[in-house]
Design a binder for this molecule. Structure first.
Ligand code: FES
Ligand code: FES
Length: 187
């Protein structure tokens, strides 16, 4: 089968990639772009582990075909940090124990980022609703909701502007790596 070739933006970088046309965005990210922060879970749209932002909106990358992403902008967990500095959500997830095994964490982080980009001060119910498609077997969710709420309080205008980062995959923050917050713990 002939590969399909597309041009898109990934974590603020213009990117070209060729892949088998049946591949999902999840597979293209992990297998063809070596962005393994986005996690492979159920592949059925039920766990949220594979969530990324597509043109700023959260999508389940296991349900999106790579060929649908021509000309579009994808943000993964690797793109949340900027200049080696964590996104406020990454910091509060680490501080409050919202990342334990870390497998669900990239999906929660990008989904929460989309919420905060749209609502400066979401309520607990809005946070719960926005994250309702993301499953976590470790935390009981309380720490995750609290981490999102703390990130709201911690955000300064300049940090609010943090978007995708070209060097997000090379975070120097050891704590972030150990907590799986940059998506590096699990491949
Ligand atoms: S792997 Fe996509 S929702 Fe579970
Ligand atoms: S931290 Fe382990 S599944 Fe959420």
């Amino acid at each position: 089968m002939q590969n399909h070739h597309i041009a898109l933006t990934v974590n603020d970088e213009a990117t070209e990639v060729a892949f088998a046309p049946y591949k999902t965005l999840l597979e293209v990210l992990r297998e063809d772009l070596n962005l393994c922060g986005t996690k492979h879970g159920c592949e059925l749209g039920e766990c949220g582990a594979c969530a990324v932002l597509l043109d700023g909106q959260p999508v389940l990358s296991c349900l999106v075909l790579g060929v649908e992403c021509e000309g579009r902008s994808v943000t993964t967990v690797e793109g949340l940090a900027r200049d080696g500095r964590l996104h406020p959500l990454q910091e509060t997830f680490a501080d409050l124990g919202a990342a334990q095994c870390g497998y669900c964490t990239p999906g929660f982080l990008v989904t929460a980022k989309a919420l905060l980009d749209e609502h400066a001060h979401p309520t607990r119910d809005q946070i719960r609703e926005a994250l309702s498609g993301n499953l976590c077997r470790c935390t009981g969710y309380q720490q995750i909701f609290e981490a999102v709420e703390k990130a709201i309080g911690d955000r300064s205008p300049e940090r609010l502007a943090i978007r995708e980062s070209p060097d997000g995959a090379s975070l120097s923050n050891e704590h972030a790596r150990s907590a799986g917050l940059s998506g590096e713990r699990h491949q």
